[in-house]
Design a protein around this ligand. Structure first.
Ligand SMILES: [Zn+2]
Length: 316
């Protein structure tokens, strides 16, 4: 299986220069915010706003009219044309008030954004969502319980108790996701292992996946997760690609692995079913949501689908 350097999975490919060295200076960040060329991207209750050409909306109001509360804004980075982008949290507004202020064509959740926006705008939307989720869930210091305040343009939170001053950074939860391959013992045909998760609609089969535990390598996580979920041993985990997955803040690290045994013993808490599928069966499968298809593949924008498509491309 070959992963091209040019392949960019949905939610990757953020085009912004994050300027992580410069954003530590509050005066610099403020200067960027006040610059007339700066784009202000509104964010509202887990949704982004888009204009009539399906691009992330620029808030069409003067800087002076925007929230004075600097805690509601996050510096996202600079675009190639030299303009700064800030995310502004407008979640405190009612929907009607928001739409009147922003003159938006639509409010999109992340899945809708991934389907409608360019790859680059989807990546900015995913990045924004992950950051906002982190801000919402890290308002208090994990060590002493005092409120935290955002610093570094919104890329760090600092405990406001000066005796503690603990720094907290945006977190990413690492997950492994793996396509397990084997050969059918009777036909010798190549097959892959997919499972139906209790969260999925019936008929949707996807690759196995799970969070990496503390004190565990990615390869160890691949072997453990397949063992726990499907009850089989695998060997030779091999890295293929990764994908930021902002639901809310995962990094999916994609692998292939070879099955050592084929007799599946799925854990009912993790999987309602697990089966081996041939390339022919997968080529006949429908898309997620296609209820006419007996077998449906994972969502088009997911690395699970990418791993399956890559494997299929290698089968004659
Ligand atoms: Zn503290």
């Amino acid at each position: 299986m070959h992963f091209s350097d040019h392949t960019v999975l949905t939610f990757a490919g953020n085009p912004l220069d994050r300027r992580s060295d410069m954003r530590q200076d509050p005066a610099t960040v403020q200067q960027w915010f006040e610059d007339d060329g700066t784009r202000i991207i509104p964010y509202w209750r887990n949704r982004v706003l888009v204009d009539h050409s399906d691009k992330l909306l620029d808030l069409p109001v003067p800087r002076s009219a925007l929230a004075k509360d600097e805690h509601k804004r996050v510096y996202l980075g600079h675009s190639a044309d030299g303009r700064a982008l800030f995310l502004l949290d407008l979640s405190h507004l009612e929907e009607a008030q928001l739409l009147a202020t922003a003159q938006a064509a639509a409010l999109l959740d992340l899945r809708e954004a991934a389907a409608r926006l360019s790859l680059q705008d989807s990546a900015i939307a995913g990045f924004s969502h992950a950051l906002m989720h982190w801000h919402k869930t890290h308002r208090f210091c994990g060590r002493c319980g005092t409120p935290t305040v955002p610093v570094n343009g919104g890329h760090m939170r600092l405990c406001s108790n000066s005796d503690c001053a603990m720094q907290t950074f945006p977190r990413t939860d690492t997950c492994v996701i793996m396509l397990v391959t084997a050969r059918d013992p009777h036909s010798g045909e190549p097959v892959v292992l997919l499972g139906n998760h209790p969260r999925f609609p019936p008929g949707v089969y996807s690759t196995l996946a799970g969070f990496v535990d503390p004190g565990e390598s990615l390869e160890e996580a691949v072997i453990r997760e397949v063992g726990e979920e499907a009850g089989i041993r695998v060997r030779s985990p091999r890295y293929i690609a990764s994908q930021p997955w902002p639901f809310p803040a995962q990094l999916m690290v994609g692998f292939t692995a070879e099955a050592v045994d084929l007799e599946l013993h799925p854990d009912p808490a993790e999987l309602t079913d697990a089966r081996w599928f041939s390339a022919d069966e997968l080529r006949r499968a429908g898309d997620w949501g296609d209820s006419r298809a007996a077998l449906q593949l994972p969502r088009a924008e997911s690395i699970a689908r990418f791993l399956i498509q890559q494997w299929l491309a290698g089968q004659s």
